[in-house]
Design a binder for this molecule. Structure first.
Ligand code: GLP
Length: 264
């Protein structure tokens, strides 16, 4: 894992956007996995700026989102689909056929929906670069603690903590969904590169467990230790509990000199 510690959220957002933009410039038909979280908002804002001011071109990019709530009607303002349109898709040159978000209603056959999503990823040639955030309990996507490390896209019951963490996005009186469809950990690990973002003190414990703790289904993000090309981009607050910060800084310098291709 390459751990990259930034001073603050602004720098983290800029770095993340720069990494994605470089990947798109290298491969204009990049298949990119996206995450919907507050953490990614700054990164999306920066990508929009790059589209407007630096002609970053999304016309051939294909996106696959990690997850979506179950039970919200299409077009619901709090759905991840709506959030993604507001945060990014409506502001860059991307069309509906390039965008993939898992989803369905309570009456749908979820096994079919999830298998179809996996098939769409396969047919597109797999995901080149997957962006993930991290939940306070160490989840990636909505793979809550004890999710199988080999799991595939499927419906998932959210923990009470995750439901509470999501509440601020919903108007008062509206109960956040208790279930979601999410790519599995096995699905995420098949991406060629993974970029994990974390910002703020509330994520410090989860980040330390994910990066320096044992690989365990109790902390889904720890499964990323098994992947050969992961960059963990964290701001100073989220990095607070990491034990080897000096080593990560030195290691980044060494990577810049010896294997710059590993960088984005
Ligand atoms: C949700 C999403 C994750 C996201 C996590 C953290 O659970 N399913 O993809 O990474 O929240 O979100 P935030 O960045 O808002 O803290």
């Amino acid at each position: 894992m390459l751990v990259f510690i930034t001073d603050d959220y602004t720098e983290l957002s800029r770095e993340a956007a720069r990494m994605i933009a470089n990947a798109i410039r290298k491969k204009p038909d990049l298949r990119v996995g996206l995450a919907t979280g507050d953490t990614q908002r700054g990164m999306y804002r920066e990508l929009i700026r790059m589209h407007r001011e630096e002609r970053l071109d999304f016309s051939r990019v294909v996106t696959f989102n990690l997850d979506e709530y179950i039970g919200l009607p299409a077009g619901h303002p709090q759905s991840f689909r709506s959030a993604m349109h507001k945060a990014l898709f409506d502001h860059v040159n991307i069309t509906a056929s390039q965008i993939h978000i898992p989803g369905g209603t309570a009456r749908d056959n979820f096994v079919e929906i999830c298998d179809r999503y996996e098939e769409e990823i396969r047919r597109a040639g797999g995901i080149d670069l997957q962006v993930v955030g991290i939940g306070k309990d160490g989840h990636i996507g909505f793979n809550e603690p004890t999710s199988s490390l080999a799991s595939r896209t499927r419906p998932k019951t959210l923990t009470q903590q995750t439901v509470e963490d999501n509440r601020h996005n919903f108007p008062p009186g509206q109960e956040p969904p208790a279930t979601a469809i999410t790519m599995g950990i096995g699905t995420i690990l098949e991406a060629r590169r993974i970029l994990m973002l974390a910002s703020g003190a509330a994520k410090a414990k989860a980040v330390a467990l994910a990066v320096e703790g044992p690989v365990t289904a109790s902390v889904s993000a720890s499964a990323l230790q098994m992947h050969r090309d992961v960059t963990v981009l964290v701001d100073r607050e989220a990095a607070e509990n990491l034990q080897h910060k000096d080593y990560y800084r030195k290691s980044l310098e060494m990577t810049r000199k010896l294997t710059p291709n590993r960088l984005w």
